[in-house]
Design a protein around this ligand. Structure first.
Ligand code: PLP
Length: 404
């Protein structure tokens, strides 16, 4: 994305032209950026040769998933719906892992019949359910056990998953007990130890602590896992000049770890693959000026992009026409939803904008469209993909009548 002659382009296509054709609000993704992110991610872990399973929860658009699949990635899913989406996108079952604390009997049965690589169990009760299904289907089911290492990922508290107050995984003692109970089971085959400590992580330090915890389990249990699934969570730069994750320091430790333990590594990145590839294109409906604040009211709301309202996430908002002069007054970019939290951004200054102007909310490829709703009975933004200088419509706009 860049300005040429003060007009914004995404992959060399004018954003205003895209908006003229497709309207607003619309989610727009860049295939070029997706490919670049995947190649960079693979390069970062080149010595580890991991199975990279894209976290479908970050973005479940079928076209996006199939492009990601074609670029060599598998999938990490957390529901039957996500599993169906991954399979429909032609991702091979043996490249799919199933995570989540609340997998139902039906979901596990479905995943078992589809012969996916692993079901990463998160509780003793879930393992009981898997055993039941194994007996019923007369199969041996390959599983992972998810460790909760009680490591603080130093990220937003709402997206922290690896502390002992979080619902995810099992503690060290429980994991070792389960290994001892089931290591000779005829119904389940423990193949993997999995872990995922949170999202938008920008320091390698929590990852090193996480690796130490995993090592402790291996040493104490003396159990030979075939896979270690280290989850995802790698952060991206929502703000220019923000702190970024030092991949090489993390990757170096992973290399040391596999040399010591002779295991295969699985990684489950979501945000780092798709986050910066997506833009939410919108229009300014009204500008409402009060003494202290200019409210820029845009035609997309928290129903389309929930992250700012949900956990005060920051997204840059940029105009499609750049003007150098700034107005030094607080500007709040807000949506039309009847909630005070329906606010995207508050800035101390902004360039002059007018009603009818187009704007772009940046870095919305992950946890954007997937978290959208029809709140206030609004239709959702649909999605387009720019690939090889062409723009493809990649999801349907559901009519208001159908929603109602
Ligand atoms: C089990 C699991 N794996 C992977 C991810 C992907 O995380 P991220 O998008 O931060 O890479 C998540 C998301 O929280 C998750 O819960």
């Amino acid at each position: 994305m860049k300005y040429i002659n003060n007009k914004l382009l995404i992959d060399k296509i004018s954003v205003d032209r895209i908006i003229k054709t497709f309207g607003t609000p619309v989610y727009c993704y860049s295939y070029k950026q997706i490919k670049e992110n995947i190649l960079k991610f693979q390069k970062n872990f080149i010595k580890t040769k991991p199975l990279i399973c894209f976290a479908v929860k970050a973005n479940n658009n079928i076209r996006i998933l199939s492009e990601i699949g074609k670029l060599g990635l598998g999938a990490d899913v957390v529901s039957k719906g996500e599993l169906l989406a991954a399979l429909k996108s032609k991702i091979k079952p043996k490249k799919i892992v199933f995570s989540g604390v609340g997998k139902t009997y039906d979901e596990i049965m479905f995943a078992t019949k589809k012969n996916i690589l692993l079901i990463n169990a998160e509780s003793k009760s879930e393992i009981d359910t898997i055993v039941k299904i194994a007996k019923k289907t007369k199969r041996v089911i390959d599983i992972g056990i998810r460790l909760n290492p009680n490591v603080d990922a130093n990220t937003i508290k709402e997206i922290t998953t690896g502390k002992n107050i979080n619902k995810f995984g099992l503690n060290e003692k429980e994991v070792i007990e389960l290994i001892n109970t089931y290591k000779n089971s005829k119904q389940i085959n423990i193949k993997c130890l999995s872990v995922h400590i949170g999202s938008q992580i920008t320091s390698h330090v929590p990852y090193i602590r996480m690796l130490k915890s995993v090592q402790k389990i291996i040493d104490k249990s003396n159990f030979a896992f075939e896979y270690i699934d280290l989850g995802g969570g790698m952060g991206i730069n929502y703000e220019l000049n923000a702190k970024t994750l030092n991949y090489s320091r993390y990757a170096k430790q992973v290399v040391k770890f596999i040399k010591k333990n002779n295991v295969k590594i699985i990684l489950e990145p979501g945000r780092s693959i798709i986050g910066n590839t997506g833009y939410l294109l919108a229009k300014i409906i009204y500008i409402k000026k009060t003494r202290k604040i200019n409210f820029i009211i845009i035609n997309t709301g928290m129903n389309d992009l929930m992250r700012p309202a949900l956990y005060k996430a920051y997204h840059r908002i940029i105009p499609t026409k750049k003007i150098q002069n700034k107005i030094f007054k607080r500007h709040d970019f807000v949506g039309p939803i009847c909630e005070t939290t329906d606010k995207f951004l508050s800035t101390k200054s902004y360039q002059k904008v007018d009603e009818g102007d187009n704007i772009v909310i940046c870095d919305v490829g992950a946890y954007g469209k997937v978290l959208s709703s029809n709140y206030n009975l609004r239709t959702n933004a649909y999605e387009i993909l720019i690939k090889n200088s062409k723009v493809f419509k990649i999801s349907k706009k559901i009519s208001l009548e159908n929603i109602i």
